[in-house]
Ligand binder design. Structure first.
Ligand code: HEM
Length: 445
């Protein structure tokens, strides 16, 4: 009992210490950003976000504001939830904290919602189940890993000592996966990448409801609907024996399965492609960038890649991604007036309509749940990670992600002297979007 009391006090002192150092970093940076008139840019980096969350976790773990921070979806105010136990509570209480994406999902399909935009319902269960029949867990080892490993290996072997990771490795590998495993090659690799990226941006990252992003995402949605409709019609007109996702959907259609008419197939495929292409590309770049800044961790990943030890390689990459995940927050809207962290000193009332930002980045750095969270460690239990959601809507592609990211980066990480290219080319460049477009690395030849 006494030992537990001391341990609890020690962790809280650590949290207060982290909050103090966070203030020391944030105040001068905030003043500089304020003078430069660009406060939003301050929060664009994961490193600053981690400081903000350290402060909140210690002082205001559940901060409720009457101010709306997100304009893309209707809401009446904002709550920021930062401790791991409260983040999981929000994402587990699906009936009280609902997904908000439905209106934009419907605009993208020009009709029905996609299952990430649905609450627990018969339609949700049907669509997830159908897509699990088409995109099977066995495929990860049997289809996805060999496809990605072979294509990534070929690209790296042919590279002349430098490679632009998103443009020359991630997108070609993912476009090849979409063409061969899904059976739906885009019109061009570039159209596939740009279209899915714009739609993802609009659905999940356009927090300020930017008019230009809306216009471009709706144009991309219309083009994507057209080429997927054509791909489905072509396949029906000229059937193939390929064992791919599209043929599995069409087999379900022939069996009279509800939800698998042409529109149902197309809408589900749009949702999966939006989930797959920009995310896996961005995650690979972010994980690699974090590793390249940590010589010891990079050496560990390099040794694992050379030995072909996929588990150790993956442990390094997912630990790297913990420091800069693709989604640092997951947002939900309170359906009714409710309360979180009930019975604790940090309990807060959440009015109906509040946008609740469940900070998964913060959860992965919460010392109350994660041991020595500030340290880079490749021996963490998988439960410490919340890299792609939690609860009912946790990522459909979770097992694909765990396989694809290491397989895509393995040939690169096996190279000697891997490092960022000199100058601007070696910095992650989003080209005005929140998605890496260019990031060049080089190695010893
Ligand atoms: C590293 C890559 C990925 C990241 C970071 C990622 C991130 C996420 C996150 C954060 C969620 C939860 C969203 C929420 O609760 O509001 C989610 C759900 C989802 N993801 Fe992923 N994702 C990735 C890859 C994929 C892939 C490869 C696919 C398709 C094969 C995919 C399809 C989906 C779908 C369909 C959902 C909705 C699940 C449901 O509603 O039950 N994602 N993803």
């Amino acid at each position: 009992m006494l030992r537990s009391l001391f341990a609890a006090l020690r962790i809280r002192l650590v949290m207060l210490g982290e909050a103090g150092s966070a203030l020391g970093v944030l105040v001068p940076r905030g003043l500089r950003a304020w003078r430069g008139g660009d406060l939003a840019a301050l929060f664009a980096t994961a490193e600053t976000q981690r400081h903000v969350f350290a402060l909140l976790r210690a002082i205001w773990p559940n901060l409720v504001l009457s101010r709306r921070l997100i304009a893309a979806y209707d809401n009446t105010g904002t709550a920021i939830v930062t401790r791991q136990t409260d983040v999981t509570e929000v994402l587990e209480r699906e009936a009280d904290f609902a997904v908000v994406y439905e209106p934009r999902m419907r605009a993208i399909t020009d009709g029905e919602s996609f299952f990430l935009g649905m609450q627990d319902s018969a339609a949700y269960a049907r669509d997830v189940s159908l897509m699990r029949l088409a995109v099977r867990r066995d495929d990860v080892a049997q289809r996805v890993v060999p496809t990605v490993a072979a294509r990534a290996g070929t690209i790296v072997v042919a590279a002349p000592g430098r490679l632009d990771v998103p443009a020359e490795l991630a997108l070609p590998v993912l476009a090849h996966l979409v063409a061969t495993y899904f059976g739906t090659p885009g019109p061009t690799q570039r159209d596939l990448a740009e279209g899915t990226t714009l739609m993802f941006w609009w659905l999940f990252a356009d927090l300020g409801a930017d008019k230009a992003v809306t216009r471009r995402a709706l144009a991309a949605a219309s083009a994507t609907r057209s080429w997927l409709d054509a791909a489905i019609a072509d396949r029906k007109a000229t059937p193939t024996e390929a064992d791919d996702v599209l043929n599995r959907c069409l087999a379900l259609q022939r069996a009279g399965t509800p939800g698998m008419d042409d529109l149902g197939i197309r809408n589900n495929l749009i949702g999966l492609l939006i989930g797959l292409v920009p995310t896996l590309s961005k995650a690979s770049v972010l994980a690699l960038a974090q590793l390249l800044d940590r010589p010891e961790a990079l050496a560990g990943a390099h040794a694992a890649a050379r030995k072909g030890d996929d588990a150790v390689l993956a442990a390094h990459l997912f630990e790297a991604l913990r420091f800069d995940p693709v989604n640092p927050i997951i947002y939900r809207r309170a359906v009714n007036d409710t309360e979180i962290a009930r019975g604790t000193l940090r309990a807060r009332r959440i009015p109906a309509g509040t946008m609740v930002l469940a900070a998964n980045l913060s959860a992965m750095f919460d010392p109350l749940a994660v041991e020595a969270p500030e340290r880079f460690r490749s021996d963490r239990p998988w439960r410490d990670y919340m890299l792609w959601g939690y609860g009912m809507h946790a990522c459909f592609g979770a097992h694909i992600n765990r396989a694809v990211i290491p397989q895509m980066l393995k040939p690169l990480l096996a190279l000697p002297g891997l490092r960022r290219a000199e100058g601007a080319a070696g910095q992650v460049d989003g080209g005005g979007s929140p998605f890496p477009q260019h990031f060049t690395v080089t190695w010893d030849v």
